[in-house]
Design a protein around this ligand. Structure first.
Ligand code: SAM
Length: 286
């Protein structure tokens, strides 16, 4: 097994292929074996798992995933890294590398194609050290596409992990917190300092596991409507909920006023005070 997770090996692979980490793609390569083990342990990867890795880079985490999982699909946008991955993953026959933008990938189709191993169905998990410049759109896609995912275990900027776990009434609470907490149970499983990457990011990182609810605590009658209400409330964060929703064209002022009254909430309340449950109820009343 040719583990890449050390500064010298990572530098050697990049040099051999005449490459440098590309800032525009958010490339910060992991070089710490403990962190990699911890991510795979936290995601509870086993032979009955199909893992989607977003952004395999030079294949450091992919090697760990391939050792433990039934199958791995790795989607990498940077075509310069494809020959590197062919080299570093040559020992594994359970990895499929795709040179694609994850935001333009039909993930359901990938899952449908790969969901069995020797006739047995696999659990579908996402594990990734995400490119930080597109963390939120990736997470929103994964949640809103309603993929048959068991869990999403990702390295993100610490500040984003805090937003995912934020509770109503705090400054970090917003549309991302609500989407994450509506579909999943979030739990930070590791704090990772910049020294664990090459090159070092200028922010702290956290590994967060989002475990999808099999029995969700809140079920909105119309999820699309609820998320439209949520987006409009947080687009105009400093406005009251009534003005935010009316300004966002989601509902008439009078309708919002009536709904808030029925819910026993004050007229001048802001969206950041409402829980997932209250947003679900509000969307229903509107
Ligand atoms: N997994 C590797 C590791 O841990 O060392 C690399 C992680 S690096 C933080 C993020 C990776 O995502 C890079 O390889 C980058 O090229 C890739 N990436 C960036 N944007 C992407 C996109 N839209 N679709 C797929 N991969 C992307």
């Amino acid at each position: 097994m040719a583990y890449l997770a050390s500064p010298t090996r990572t530098m050697a692979v990049l040099e051999r292929h005449g490459l440098r980490a590309q800032k525009k793609y958010g490339q910060n390569f992991l070089i710490d074996t403990h962190v990699l083990d911890h991510i795979c342990d936290g995601a509870e990867i086993g032979k009955d798992d199909l893992v989607l890795e977003i952004g395999p880079g030079i294949g450091t985490m992919t090697q760990y995933l391939a050792e433990r999982a039934g199958k791995v699909i790795a989607v990498e946008i940077d075509n310069k890294l494809i020959p590197v991955l062919a080299d570093t993953l040559s020992e594994y026959d359970n990895v499929t590398v795709l040179n694609q933008d994850i935001l333009k990938t039909d993930i359901t189709a990938l899952y449908e194609k790969e969901k069995y191993l020797e006739g047995k169905p696999l659990h579908f998990k996402v594990v990734a050290n995400l490119p930080y410049y597109i963390t939120t759109p990736i997470i929103m896609e994964l949640l809103e596409q309603k993929l048959p995912l068991t869990s999403i275990t990702v390295m993100v900027q610490t500040e984003v992990a805090e937003r995912m776990q934020a509770v109503p009434g705090t400054k970090d609470y917003g549309a991302l917190s609500l989407a994450v907490q509506y579909y999943t149970r979030p739990e930070v499983i590791a704090q990772v300092p910049p020294t664990c990457f090459i090159p070092r990011p200028n922010v702290g990182s956290s590994v967060i596991r989002l475990t999808r609810y099999t029995d969700p605590p809140v079920v909105a009658k119309d999820e699309k409507k609820m998320f439209a209400v949520i987006r409009a409330s947080f687009n105009q964060r400093r406005k009251t909920l009534i003005n935010g929703l009316a300004g966002g064209g989601v509902a008439e002022k009078e309708n919002v006023r009536q709904a808030l009254l029925q819910m026993g909430l004050p007229e001048d309340i802001r969206g950041e005070r409402l829980s997932v449950e209250q947003f679900a109820r509000l969307a229903e009343l509107l």
